[in-house]
Ligand binder design. Sequence first.
Ligand SMILES: C[S@@+](CC[C@H](N)C(=O)[O-])C[C@H]1O[C@@H](n2cnc3c(N)ncnc32)[C@H](O)[C@@H]1O
Length: 333
Amino acid sequence: MIDLNEEYKQALKGKKFIDLFCGLGGFRLALESYGAECVFSSDIDNHVSKVYEKNFGANPLSDITKVDENEIPKHDILCAGFPCQAFSISGKQKGFEDTRGTLFREVVRIAKFHQPELLILENVKNLEKHDNGNTFKVIRENIENIGYNMYWKVLNASNYGVPQARERIYMICIRKDLDNHNYIFPKSTNQEVCVNDILITNGEERKYIINKPYKMNENNNQMKMFKVYNKPVRVGTVNKGGQGDRIYDPFGQAITLSAEGGGTGAKTGLYYINNEVRKLHPRECARLMGFPEYYQIDESVNQAQKQFGNSVVVNVLQYIVKSIIDEGSVNNG
Ligand SMILES: C[S@@+](CC[C@H](N)C(=O)[O-])C[C@H]1O[C@@H](n2cnc3c(N)ncnc32)[C@H](O)[C@@H]1O
């Protein structure tokens, strides 16, 4: 998370938001950091809901398709990282035919009824290109038709102070009567961070060492001489080097944490650290997603890795919210 000054910490005081498809609460951490208040949250997954409750004191467990919009409290901001499996390259790309894809329609249903000032949506980068752009066109038309102007951009977390190559599309939808038409997405912060900066060193990390033969690339020595701030750097392989079996340099960026995926380094990737190859500790995953040190993580490593792979980078959202506040459409209402 980024540290905010006192003025920004109060900037959304009095604003209420809802946290749909809330997962671990990445949106909630970002919005609360500006003083906004969460009045409703929902997630269908029992495991992640327990983690959310531990951290925020409210259990979000519910299937949003079964929640009547009348039951949702009034709010100023709607947040949703709606499920993306149907749109991602690794999924089967069924888009709106897949019921998970149609969960976007729940966002439309709730926003149409409540007409909040602002919708902040996040999804996989591929959403824009899926089905030759048709899926995204339908999404934009739906948002327009219920009274919002939509601004969107693919941002990479590694440009916002977090050493993870994670490209996601962010959609900022401003209610038409409030829109000043000059919203711009935050610029790269150009911070020099790499995986090595977020590693833990208390011994717990040793549980994640892989005891398998591995092969380093012949030219990898040169990579140790400088840090790489804009991409992951591949330095070796286990097995045949298929996806999940590639080893990366901790002086580069982390690969995208993912909720699924196979191979030896499934979900976190493999890193060559102190002459050993290992996966990442859940706390390291938390840091790569911008979650604060006090955040309580699922005790199941498998669940924790899946949950962070599904989540949203808090820092990127914080910079987005800051840019919305600075632009003024929403905050001066
Ligand atoms: C991409 S994740 C979003 C994660 C979240 N932004 C975070 O910070 O962790 C999508 C979430 O939607 C939830 N979900 C899927 N179908 C749902 C439904 N019908 N009702 C409520 N939540 C649902 C999943 O359990 C998953 O946690």
